[in-house]
Design a protein around this ligand. Structure first.
Ligand SMILES: Cc1cc2nc3c(=O)[nH]c(=O)nc-3n(C[C@H](O)[C@H](O)[C@H](O)COP(=O)(O)OP(=O)(O)OC[C@H]3O[C@@H](n4cnc5c(N)ncnc54)[C@H](O)[C@@H]3O)c2cc1C
Length: 474
């Protein structure tokens, strides 16, 4: 068991209360197990050791955990699959981790209303597969879709590759069940196609990163399955030219179902991670798809023409669905491939990544990409860029040597410079990964003092003792 600020007798009482409510198997205190729940996938973010991990199976059990935490004044850190990239799910010393992974039931799929109702621990890909069997589609598709949970996706308002056409998680969340810090159960939203009753509390909890309540049930909207897509690859001599092509695609009213950018660092890293014949000599590659059925071939030709006019050195269409799937898979491998690339860049496997996630207006994408290249040179750190170009949402991945304080300092300076540039270009400090621990300072700069006060007032109203995921977001 980890160190706790609770006196031993109270700690024992708390654990007894939790075991009574959840059963002994759902309360983990073995130090080896606790270590496994300390952090999410964000590199270089602080994490503590929880006093216990709880794995409730129902809303009542979640409420029991939250009430017990409240009685003893112990913070609660909600966790899904811990794939987060901002440290938002990182444990805090002496806190209770509330893992939703045992709440993994799909409660309902209603093809008439086109909705699904799920517990928060359902994996995104599991829901996707289940609705596909009924000819339906749940679009939000973060790169982590095979491991991240719907609860985590909702709590971070996750994006993904198809969001350029179909929108992010918040656009699919119709209603929520949430256990509040008081232990009360709040139901928000609706299951109807329309509904405007009261404040939009559903949206308030979407993206709240576990700081306002524990999401215990999610009702999502589904769509009919899309038509099969056609895919093209455009090769550019610089990332900024690829960014310019994205702006032109938008300006011409084209509507790709996917528009992703990979720079040379990523192409090299992915090819080393899993050889698949990618053009590692290209400075930047745009991956685009259309899913417009009978119009798809013509729409793909329009996309190709815009890329060529913007300066693409080469444009080619995927020959078949197998090649298109391989290209998509290459894009999905960007994160693990860059992790390995970073580890191998410095001696002793000491390389790490500071992952940025800013979004700028599409018209400013070229300026952002130019600026990132300049900052990499000025700060003398390798920076690879990948992202959802069609949304203006880029992930500059800053490669640092964890064993070298000077390298870490240069990496952090580059991170700040990129953030500053993004905000100056009219952007936001996080397009999809959330604020977590990584971007708290930048959130405050982005929303200003009035925005900070409103955030604090909402937090104080819902969680007056500050027990839910403290230190995250604000
Ligand atoms: C390889 C890889 C690719 C990725 N690609 C994308 C991408 O394309 N788009 C994108 O947006 N993100 C991406 N991510 C980031 C991450 O997968 C998402 O943020 C995801 O939504 C996190 O889900 P999770 O279940 O892992 O949540 P966690 O990481 O466990 O938690 C994330 C946050 O949600 C809170 N939380 C979790 N469950 C609940 C709940 N039930 N109630 C209240 N709060 C809760 C936690 O407290 C924390 O603040 C990627 C990550 C990896 C590793």
């Amino acid at each position: 068991m980890a160190a706790s600020s609770l006196p031993d007798d109270l700690l024992d009482d708390l654990l007894d209360d939790l075991r009574d409510a959840l059963g002994p198997d759902a309360v983990l205190t073995d130090p080896d197990l606790l270590r496994a729940y300390e952090r999410d996938e964000a590199d270089l973010c602080a994490a503590g050791t929880p006093l216990a991990v709880t794995r409730p199976r129902s809303t009542d059990e979640v409420a029991a955990v939250v009430r017990a935490a409240g009685r003893y004044g112990v913070p609660v850190v909600p966790q899904g699959a811990r794939t987060g990239l901002a440290g938002a799910a990182n444990a805090i010393d002496g806190a209770l981790v509330l893992s939703t992974t045992a709440m993994d039931a799909i409660l309902e799929i209603d093809p008439v209303s086109r909705i699904a109702r799920v517990q928060p621990g359902v994996i995104n890909a599991t829901l996707s597969a289940a609705v596909t069997q009924q000819g339906l589609w749940y679009p939000p598709d973060p790169g982590s879709w095979e491991s991240s949970t719907i609860g985590g996706n909702v709590a971070t308002n996750a994006g993904g590759m198809c969001c350029v056409k179909y929108g992010v998680t918040s656009e699919y969340v119709l209603g929520l069940e949430v256990v509040l810090a008081s232990g009360e159960v709040l139901r928000t939203g609706r299951r109807t196609a329309k509904g405007v009753a009261g404040y939009d509390l559903t949206r308030l909890f979407v993206g709240s990163e576990g700081t306002l309540g524990v999401i215990t049930e999610v009702t999502v909207a589904l769509r009919p399955a899309p038509a099969e897509s056609l895919t093209l690859v455009a090769v550019f001599g610089s990332t900024a030219t690829a960014g310019e092509a994205v702006a032109r695609i938008a300006a011409q009213g084209l509507s790709p179902s996917l528009l992703e950018l990979l720079d040379r660092t990523h192409l090299v890293a992915i090819e080393a991670y899993r050889p698949m014949g990618l053009r590692t000599d290209a400075e930047a590659l745009l991956l685009a798809a259309v899913d417009t059925g009978l119009r798809a071939a013509a729409d793909l030709a329009d996309l190709a023409a815009v890329c060529e006019a913007a300066g693409a050195e080469e444009v080619y269409a995927a020959t078949d669905a197998v090649e298109a799937a391989a290209l998509l898979q290459a894009r999905r491998l960007a994160h693990p491939a860059m992790e390995r690339y970073a580890a191998e860049t410095y001696p002793g496997g000491n390389g790490g990544l500071i992952i940025d996630d800013l979004a700028v207006p599409r018209g400013a994408l070229a300026a952002l990409l130019d600026g990132v290249a300049r900052i990499a040179a000025e700060c003398e750190v390798p920076i690879g860029v990948v992202g959802h170009a069609g949304d203006g949402n880029m992930h500059p991945n800053i490669v640092v040597d964890r064993a070298d304080p000077a390298s870490l300092e240069r990496g952090r300076r580059a991170f700040d410079e990129i953030m500053r540039l993004g905000l100056d270009l009219g952007g936001t400090c996080t397009g999809e990964h959330g604020v977590g621990l990584l971007k708290r300072d930048w959130l405050a700069r982005e929303i200003g003092p009035v925005g900070v006060r409103v955030h604090q007032a909402i937090k104080a109203a819902l969680d007056p003792a500050g027990l839910l995921n403290p230190g995250k977001v604000l």
